[in-house]
Design a binder for this molecule. Structure first.
Ligand code: PEP
Ligand code: MN
Length: 298
């Protein structure tokens, strides 16, 4: 049968033939992706994932986990293997690898916060799966199909970030790979798309708020946003988090650092503890206004 709606659009035929596992079968179908008893994506609660871009040291991740927990986060993030833009490493621009994974797990266990961290390659999946409660597939790897298949096989919940140049159709196709390979615990994460007219030349991406309801119309999988990576500027994270909740996001991921200016990676987008508190306070009110709750705030 000829596809009557080629290109970016998701056609009725696509729903049946290309993404049958990801597509909704009935109007209000929603999958709950359970990371732990307290963290479930796709329900009334909006899980709040907080943490640094990079797990820099044991002290740093413990300090962050402590205030994140206190402020109402219910999950901890932190990169240990990073898809860094430049190949050079220094004492200011580095990755912590397996050691970082260990610290992240220790901090998560200590403060009862399930963790999520990125695997950049299939080789790292074994390690990431050993230490983490959820696997993050980054924007640059959304269409790395061998990685998606290997991630699916770990049976851990997977956060699939949208490729910054990917259509909704391509994103759902990538998710279909994971479901097809036996893992239906997929959370879709919008993290900003690359467009020529962002509001500052250094504002790298534009948070595509429209894709939240657009994706939810087509798929039963939860859809969350990562305003930090999208806007790149700490002061825009709070308004974009509010907007994400207002458009129906099923989860939020926010970057924080005790001293943002000293963050090894992406210092401009990280919120300090004080900024994070203000953000969570005001965003909890938005969640309440739409009949939901944010993180562990009730
Ligand atoms: C991250 O969350 O640390 C990250 C690298 O995200 P993205 O893949 O969206 O750039
Ligand atoms: Mn990052």
């Amino acid at each position: 049968m000829e596809n009557k709606s080629p290109g970016k659009d998701v056609s009725e035929q696509d729903l049946i033939e290309k993404i049958p596992l990801v597509a909704k079968k009935i109007n209000n179908q929603k999958t709950i992706v359970k990371v732990s008893e307290a963290v479930k994506f796709g329900g009334n609660n909006i899980p709040l994932i907080v943490g640094p871009n990079l797990v820099e040291s044991r002290e740093q991740i413990f300090q962050i986990a402590e205030y994140a927990k206190k402020l109402g986060a219910n999950m901890l993030r932190g990169g240990c293997f990073k898809p860094l833009t430049f190949p050079y490493r220094s004492s200011k621009y580095f990755e912590t690898g397996e050691e970082g994974l260990f610290w992240l797990k220790e901090a998560g266990d200590h403060f009862d916060l399930p963790t999520v961290t990125e695997a950049v390659s299939s080789e790292q999946l074994i390690l990431v799966a050993k230490y983490s409660n959820m696997i993050q597939i980054g924007t640059r790897n959304m269409q790395n199909y061998p990685l998606l298949i290997d991630a699916a096989k770990t049976s851990l919940p997977i956060m699939l970030k949208r490729g910054y140049g990917a259509s909704l159709r391509d994103w759902l196709g990538a998710a279909e790979y994971i479901l097809y390979h036996g893992n239906s615990n997929v959370v879709l994460c919008e993290r900003g798309v690359s467009v020529p007219h962002t509001h500052k030349s250094s504002s790298r991406y534009l948070l595509d708020l429209q894709v939240v309801p657009a994706a939810q119309e087509l798929t039963h999988l939860p859809v969350i946003t990562d305003p930090s990576h999208a806007c790149f500027w700490a002061s825009w994270v709070e308004p974009l988090t509010k907007a994400s909740i207002a458009v129906g996001a099923d989860g939020i991921m926010i970057e924080t650092h005790p001293t943002p200016s000293e963050a090894a990676v992406d210092p401009l987008q990280a919120l300090s503890e004080v900024e994070l508190k203000r953000c969570i306070d005001s965003c909890s009110a938005v969640a309440k206004a739409v009949g939901r709750s944010l993180g562990s705030r009730i």
